[in-house]
Write a protein that binds this ligand. Structure first.
Ligand SMILES: [Zn+2]
Ligand SMILES: [Zn+2]
Length: 224
């Protein structure tokens, strides 16, 4: 798997009114892909998949908030109709089931419609592996922003998809149902930063960064 970093490709599409970073992760060699956090704007995601010429193996969710998960069910249906065969929705951890089963209600509270609830085909837990075109991503359970939040880490490529755990210069909010600030800080300090300063990450909103950059400059992580 030493050629993994050169085979892994990433296309980022901000979706929903919250500009959530849906991504298409794919293996350049086999053109096999996963879509992460398809919160909405499913037509736009399908168009991007067509342009890249990739086949989607699975849909991966970091957590159950509507801007991340609200398009997963219609995207799965559209892909299964186009590609044939099952396209499983995998993740997050089962502790986010209370969010996924009420996605449309949650979106309505924010004044948005057109988001669907989700019943994942596979719940994930810490230490699981998911594969994209044969490239393994390690699953890291990072509760705090939501109780079932997971992060996907590709060790050789030094790259992680972190959802709303950490952002460039900020961290996930913890004032939503079952948010926990101390758990979030522990997830970041004990599980993400030890992966290495050189690890680049795609957050759920805004620009990419590295754990090293955040370790020294993120106001929520720097002790004063
Ligand atoms: Zn969130
Ligand atoms: Zn979000």
């Amino acid at each position: 798997m030493s050629d993994t970093p050169s085979r892994l490709r990433l296309a980022v599409l901000p979706v929903t009114p919250l500009q959530q970073n849906c991504s298409i992760v794919f293996d350049e060699a086999s053109k096999r892909a996963a879509v992460t956090d398809p919160g909405g704007d499913v037509d736009q995601i399908l168009q991007a998949l067509d342009q890249l010429g990739v086949r989607v193996e699975r849909i991966l969710l970091t957590h159950g908030h509507f801007d991340h998960a609200g398009g997963a069910t219609p995207l799965k249906a559209a892909l299964e109709a186009r590609q044939g065969g099952v396209v499983p929705i995998e993740g997050p951890h089962v502790d986010d089931e209370f969010l996924l089963s009420r996605v449309s209600e949650a979106a309505a509270k924010w004044g948005f419609s057109g988001f669907s609830s989700v019943a994942p085909d596979r719940w994930l837990t810490d230490g699981d592996t998911v594969s994209v075109g044969g490239i393994p991503f390690e699953v890291i359970h990072c509760p705090g922003h939501s109780p079932g939040h997971v992060v996907y880490f590709q060790r050789e490529a030094r790259f992680a998809i972190v959802g709303d755990v950490i952002f460039a210069g900020s961290i996930g909010r913890t004032d939503l149902p079952r948010g926990d600030h101390a758990a979030l800080i522990a997830s970041i300090r004990d599980k993400l930063l030890p992966l290495g300063d050189d690890v680049g990450f795609l957050p759920g909103h805004g620009p990419t960064s590295t754990f090293g950059q955040e370790r020294v400059s993120n106001p929520f992580l720097v002790d004063d």
